[in-house]
Design a protein around this ligand. Structure first.
Ligand SMILES: [Fe+2]
Length: 320
């Protein structure tokens, strides 16, 4: 059975891609940004997922404003880098996983999330920049990647709650796929930024950091946040962060935050990054919690001998 092992959220600032492509990563300005992803690359090299699902938004590269799907799942075998105005980025073609993608499409649509199935699509910096940040710049991406494009460019985008629930549905889909695959879900975009109008350049670090805190500990609170709050607090383009909730919805309720990085600025954007792991399947609670659970169980056992046995036996909570 396939399972989701972790979620990764990362900004996808286009200037980060330009810095990589133009060999400027060692310049002090960019070194600060990239230094925050060194540990992430180490983590990813150890995690070695079999497949990634990348939740991102297209920036009028694959979809013009004539046709903007709310949720579009890439079911093709490959996704070439898009030409965003100065030629396609010199990054590998993204290889998809058509079988798992088709399975997700079927499961999620039958669960009443009306995805658009996309059988041909180019992918822009929204997807390729986070791949660079987590995988570096290899000749080939190390695993298949299923793109899930979310509309956050043309009002109205989906609500955070809808994104969160879609994550839940994706998790159910992945867990019903028969092949034993380890899957990592990416949420991309954000953090606070506004690229035009009187508030251009807006950064709200307090909001961003609270968002990261809640993403780990209280995602249900974030799922209730209306669009206007994202836009007021994090700028018009800050609404991209609803995509992080797809990733978070695909994880366990309780997760382990294994890494976080936040820096300002990259271009005119705050950069945020977090790695959340699901507990391994079958893993027990921490020793103290296990003891408390055993004590609670022992209280309900009347026989002293059985009570002692219950206390001696660890209580294992199965992972989902
Ligand atoms: Fe974006």
């Amino acid at each position: 059975m396939a399972r989701i092992i972790a979620g990764v959220a990362s900004s996808h600032v286009p200037a980060i891609g330009a810095a990589i492509d133009n060999h400027r990563t060692e310049e002090p300005y960019w070194k600060r940004v990239f230094s925050g992803f060194e540990k992430s690359k180490e983590w990813m090299a150890k995690a070695k997922p079999d497949v990634c699902i990348a939740v991102y938004n297209d920036h009028a590269s694959a979809f013009s404003v004539e046709f903007v799907p709310t949720f579009a799942l890439g079911c093709a075998a490959e996704f070439p880098p898009a030409d965003e105005g100065w030629g396609p980025r010199p990054v590998p073609v993204v290889k998809g996983h058509p079988e798992l993608a088709a399975h997700i499409a079927q499961s999620v649509i039958l669960d009443e999330f009306d995805l658009t199935v996309v059988n041909k699509m180019e992918v822009d910096h929204g997807l390729t920049v986070p791949l660079n940040l987590l995988f570096g710049s290899p000749k080939e991406w190390p695993c298949p990647v299923i793109p899930l494009a979310v509309n956050v460019v043309l009002y109205p985008p989906p609500t955070g709650h809808r994104c969160f629930m879609l994550g839940r549905a994706i998790r159910k889909a992945v867990e019903s796929y028969p092949e034993d695959l380890r899957v990592v879900v990416f949420g991309t975009g954000g953090m606070s930024h506004q690229i035009s109008g009187p508030r251009a350049g807006l950064i709200n670090s307090k909001f961003d950091k609270a968002f990261l805190d809640n993403l780990t500990k209280d995602p249900a609170k974030l799922a209730c946040m209306p669009h206007v709050e994202y836009m007021r607090e994090a700028g018009a383009e800050g609404v991209e962060m609803v995509m992080w909730l797809v990733m978070r919805g695909a994880l366990d309720d309780k997760v382990e935050e294994v890494y976080r990085y936040y820096t300002v600025p990259a271009s005119n954007t705050a950069v945020g990054h977090i790695i959340l792991e699901n507990k391994p399947r079958g893993a027990g609670r921490r020793p103290a919690a296990r003891k408390r659970a055993a004590a609670r169980k022992a209280k309900t056992v009347k026989s002293p001998a059985k009570r002692a046995a219950a206390l001696a036996k660890p209580t294992i909570i199965r992972g989902r």
